[in-house]
Ligand binder design. Structure first.
Ligand code: ADP
Length: 474
């Protein structure tokens, strides 16, 4: 500021000095040079500098260049003319340059607002987590617009999402609901505070409130429009996903029913056959009766297993199971599985190796099921007497539990498929009874714990199934 004053008067003094001392030119040249200086000041600084210099220039012009030189004769009409010319140049010049500056400022503000709308549009399109759009929207809008508080209210479900300092309470909801229904256009009546109606088509959808913003009405309308479109998009995607999930669950249900009817028929046929044989012949010898009863007993067990696995799978599918995670020692999990999964008549010796490990966060009942499943498979798909190894170790911050056997192994082409529902490896499907559901259930349980399950195997050499579990948080 002070620099401008000094520069303005220094320039005036310089001109007066040059023309009065060294360059002796006529009065018109002096007047035109002073006029030029005033024009330059009006264009680059503001009006007051130009006006102040105009007054000083009139006096200097009169004193140094108009006869009688060295005296001020205010009454002279030339004086008034010079003052009028200087002042009008100052005013016109500064008005023109002010207008140009205003227009440039406005153009810059518009450009910034267009960039802002573009950035918001891009961020909304790039948002991956579309399901949580409503909760992310206030933060995103605050970041892009610089608003200190953004509140999003959605009529559907009376939901309120906010980002920023001036938090609203639930008491505001009825008020917001009324505003959402009534507001048709962007409301900027309070300075720095904007209310944007959100629409779904022509129906009101909710309200967006921005505090601490200074944006044009057009930009606010664009922001409201973008937010509405993003919410429309999220809703449409959600509906598509729901439709697909329904279709998938319908497909699985049909698959389950098909497979169960098929699997149920085999044990039922055996049971029916054995029972009919016993009924038809009262005089069966004791041993034969015992054999038939044994068939009925075993096949009923198989039926029971099938039905319970199918139920379990359906519950896991529909996320109806409730797991309670608690810290458990890995050694306890393995010891319990070793002693109870294979039964007392087990033909395969199990060796357990557990180093010192942190406790894992699990639902012990469900992990017990996974371990039993893997141990039963290891025994089922191995020759009698072949050993099974149960072990645990740390692996990338999680506890990895492995069940290894030296059994029949799995063809490499089928490794990726055995965790699918109902899939049974071709080599064993006929040889050993099974449902093809055990591994699918185990996978679902392990994943619900935040872990993963894998297998490595070589045909005729054996398999190693490994699953990971999260450790107890410190
Ligand atoms: P099920 O054993 O009832 O058939 P699973 O889902 O437990 O169903 O297993 C799916 C398939 O994976 C089995 O049919 C079998 O072919 C293969 N499999 C599972 N565990 C082993 C193993 N330890 N050794 C060889 N094959 C296995």
């Amino acid at each position: 500021m002070i620099f401008r004053w000094i520069a303005s008067f220094a320039a005036l003094a310089g001109i007066v000095l040059v023309y009065s001392r060294w360059l002796h030119v006529n009065q018109t040249t002096v007047a035109l040079t002073l006029l030029l200086l005033i024009l330059v000041l009006a264009a680059n600084f503001s009006l007051r500098y130009a006006v102040a210099v105009s007054l000083a220039a009139t006096l200097a012009y009169n004193y140094f260049f108009l006869p009688p030189i060295g005296a001020i004769t205010i009454a002279d009409s030339q004086n008034w003319l010079a003052l009028f010319a200087f002042l009008s140049t100052a005013v016109i010049g500064s008005r023109l340059s002010q207008r140009a500056r205003d227009e440039a400022d406005e153009a810059r503000a518009r450009q910034r607002e267009v960039e802002l709308s573009f950035q918001l549009g891009r961020e909304l399109l790039q948002l991956d987590d579309i399901a949580n759009l409503a909760s992310a929207l206030p933060m995103l809008i605050a970041r892009v617009t610089g608003a200190h508080t953004v509140v999003l209210y959605l009529l559907e479900g009376d939901r309120l999402f906010q980002h920023g300092i001036a938090a609203l309470g639930g008491v505001e909801i009825p008020h917001l609901r009324q505003l959402s229904l009534a507001l048709q256009q962007v409301d900027t009546s309070q300075h720095g505070h904007a209310m944007l109606p959100l629409k779904a088509g022509v129906r009101p959808r909710g309200l967006l409130t921005l505090q601490g913003v200074d944006l044009s009405r057009e930009s606010l309308e664009t922001i409201g429009g973008l937010a509405s479109i993003a919410l429309d998009r999220a809703q449409a995607l959600e509906e598509v996903a729901r439709g697909e999930a329904n279709k998938e669950s319908e497909r699985l249900r049909t698959l389950l029913i098909d497979s169960i009817t098929h699997e149920l028929r085999t044990p039922l046929t055996s049971i029916k056959g054995a029972a009919s044989a016993m009924l038809a012949n009262d005089t069966l010898p004791h041993d034969a009766r015992r054999d038939l009863l044994q068939v009925i007993d075993e096949e009923s067990d198989r039926l029971n297993l099938l039905v319970s696995r199918a139920t379990e799978m359906a519950q896991l599918d529909s996320q109806q199971v409730h797991m309670t995670f608690q810290p458990v020692a890995v050694a306890d999990l393995l010891a319990e599985a070793e002693s109870s999964c294979l039964g007392s008549t087990a033909q395969n010796p199990v060796t357990t190796t557990v180093p010192k490990l942190p406790r894992v966060m699990v639902d012990p009942e469900f992990i017990h099921k996974v371990l039993c499943n893997l141990l039963e498979n290891a025994a089922k798909y191995s020759a009698d007497g072949s050993p099974i190894f149960l072990s645990a170790q740390m692996q990338s911050g999680m506890v990895a539990i492995s069940v290894a056997d030296r059994g029949f192994g799995i063809d490499s082409g089928e490794l990726a498929l055995i965790f699918d529902r109902f899939y049974r490896a071709r080599t064993q499907a006929g040889r050993v009874a099974g449902t093809g559901m055990g591994l699918a259930i185990s996978k679902a349980i392990v994943e619900a714990h935040g872990g993963s399950i894998q297998v490595t195997s070589q045909l005729d050499h054996g398999s190693v199934f490994t699953f990971t579990l999260p450790v107890e948080p410190a």
